[in-house]
Design a protein around this ligand. Structure first.
Ligand code: GTP
Ligand code: MG
Length: 193
């Protein structure tokens, strides 16, 4: 494959900044700290493209990365479930993300990132249920696969497959690069659909 290129084209903080971005889009969603920005960096082959942090709540805007070849946007979303922000701020983000996902004809799929170390959590289930409810294509991706034992990881993967009507999450690590080829395949397949 020819070398892939990512270009940050737009950053959105507020509802009234939401504008049509006329190209196929895939959004990266998941709880705060799950590794959304790290996965984008790994896919881009660049360590400092998206800002990452060991403390949750790093990404606070919708960031549109144009990916070439392919000409689609990968959209880095703020994480949910971050307790230390104000209630009002959390509600605003949830609203912004919900509107972005619902009113967007260009959105082909939402990659839902899931921590390999944890059994499905209520807040993740809420997102999955919301996406299933609006008929959105879900690409489930387990992150931080380098952390747990393989046996424990597989247990979590099976739990998710049950919730997702048999669809097995991809298993990735932004640390080691594990699963990047299959992740690319899934993203490109969703764009081509
Ligand atoms: P928010 O922007 O706060 O929503 O977080 P995020 O989902 O973008 O997470 P981010 O990419 O900033 O990563 C959070 C922390 O997890 C950082 O300390 C990363 O280095 C670490 N991390 C991310 N991916 C991996 C991984 O695959 N393996 C390991 N071991 N650590 C990871
Ligand atoms: Mg982030």
């Amino acid at each position: 494959m020819s070398k892939v290129h990512f270009e940050l084209e737009k950053t959105i903080y507020l509802m009234d900044q939401l504008a049509e971005m006329p190209a196929s889009q895939i959004a990266m969603a998941g709880r705060s700290n799950v590794g959304k920005s790290s996965l984008i960096n790994r896919l881009a082959g660049r360590k400092k493209l998206a800002k990452i942090s060991s403390s949750p709540g790093k990404t606070r805007s919708l960031n549109f990365y144009m990916v070439t070849p392919g000409d689609f946007y990968l959209v880095d979303l703020p994480g949910y479930g971050y307790a230390r922000t104000s209630k009002k701020e959390r509600a605003q983000w949830a609203n912004l993300i919900e509107i972005y996902i619902k009113d967007n004809d260009w959105l082909r799929a939402v990659a839902v990132l899931l921590d390999s170390r944890h059994s499905p959590q209520k807040i993740d289930l809420e997102l999955v249920t919301f996406l299933q409810g609006i008929g959105m294509t879900i690409i489930p991706i387990m992150t931080k696969a380098d952390k747990p034992k393989q046996r424990d990881r597989e247990k979590v993967r099976k739990q998710w497959a049950t919730i997702l009507d048999g669809q097995k999450p991809l298993v990735t690590s932004a640390e080691t690069g594990m699963g990047m080829d299959t992740a690319w395949e899934a993203l490109r397949a969703a764009v081509a659909k």
